[in-house]
Design a protein around this ligand. Sequence first.
Ligand SMILES: Cc1cc2nc3c(=O)[nH]c(=O)nc-3n(C[C@H](O)[C@H](O)[C@H](O)COP(=O)(O)OP(=O)(O)OC[C@H]3O[C@@H](n4cnc5c(N)ncnc54)[C@H](O)[C@@H]3O)c2cc1C
Length: 374
Amino acid sequence: MKCDFLIVGAGLAGSVLAERIATELNKKVVIIDRRQHIAGNIFDYRNQDGQLIHKYGPHIFHTNSQKQWDYITKFTEMYPYFHRVLGFVDGEFIPVPFNFNSLYQVFPQKFAKSLEQKLISKFGFGVKIPILKLKNDEDEDVQFLAEYIYKNVFLNYTTKQWGLTPEELDPSVTSRIPVFLSRDNRYFQDKYQGIPTNGYTKIIENMLNHNNIKVLLNTDFSEIKNDIDYKYLIYTGAIDEYFDYQFGQLPYRSLSFNFERIDSVKFQEVAQVNYPNNYDYTRITEFKHFLPNNSDKTTIAYEYPIEFINGANDRYYPIPKVENRELYEKYLKLASETQPNTFFVGRLAEYKYYNMNEVVGVALSLFESKISKM
Ligand SMILES: Cc1cc2nc3c(=O)[nH]c(=O)nc-3n(C[C@H](O)[C@H](O)[C@H](O)COP(=O)(O)OP(=O)(O)OC[C@H]3O[C@@H](n4cnc5c(N)ncnc54)[C@H](O)[C@@H]3O)c2cc1C
């Protein structure tokens, strides 16, 4: 088989590039995936109740970039959905990230009011302040609040999520936890937010629906690399796997989802409820909240973080530790020194947690800055 570009991985990164190359350059693309479906980790499917189920975890598209929004909405309509997350803390379902509404739910009104006034006068209204900054504040009540949030909202969730204590992770993980000095219960404040009305898989299907693009599923790169005659390779799989783990494996955290169909109109108040301190799962997602659906049944997913075991489960999150980043840099250096005409892009190839909009952004900029100029 012959093509101009072989793309490994029919997830978002690979599909954006396939679409751009086929449409703008009129070149022949073969895109392969070892899974039996397109769309990578944003794969979703409609269940018997007409609800779109996100197989690899709940996905909400959000961005401040008009360019990313304009690009993605060429392939879908977006339903104007605003994500809200509740955390089960001290017996209450409180808004997450912690905000003034959370404050009034967990503390006596008088104390909450005085904290609210102190925080506004120190930092202003409508801003996100890292709790590390509050921990170092001279005011004892502000320090107490930071300690409370750290212990009740962050500590156990993080330990479950990563299987590591915050001290064992990159300090940037802890330093980023915010308190939102606002009454805004939305999880994201981006200008553009939404859920594709026909799902994410449909977006990818629309991107790949082009005469210049051939899609091969159930196809692993290692099995076909010598059978396809290509000029350029775009690789969106794991970079350590590409190089046969010659410097060692890049560590990941994996997830296990336990889906349940329930004979009830609704299970919980919002799409996502976090359980930082109780149970072994980190969160429960109820998919019915994402798009209008009037079935009398609902489907939920319990999400359990688990150890990543190569060959046994999937890679989800790169583990944020300095030594892992250094190991990745060794692979990156090797790639740039030994792999001409090859581009490594996407969450696995770059060993980086990317939101969907960021993947669109890096794929578009790789296309514009390099691929379109070749
Ligand atoms: C639990 C969870 C929730 C998330 N929620 C959000 C959210 O709400 N909003 C948001 O913006 N982002 C979210 N994300 C991020 C989002 O999933 C990613 O940005 C996106 O999926 C990355 O796309 P990708 O193409 O880089 O990778 P992938 O989707 O992983 O695609 C890579 C593909 O390559 C294939 N592949 C790998 N190696 C080979 C090989 N050797 N041969 C053949 N095929 C191969 C894989 O099978 C895979 O299909 C979430 C991520 C997780 C883990």
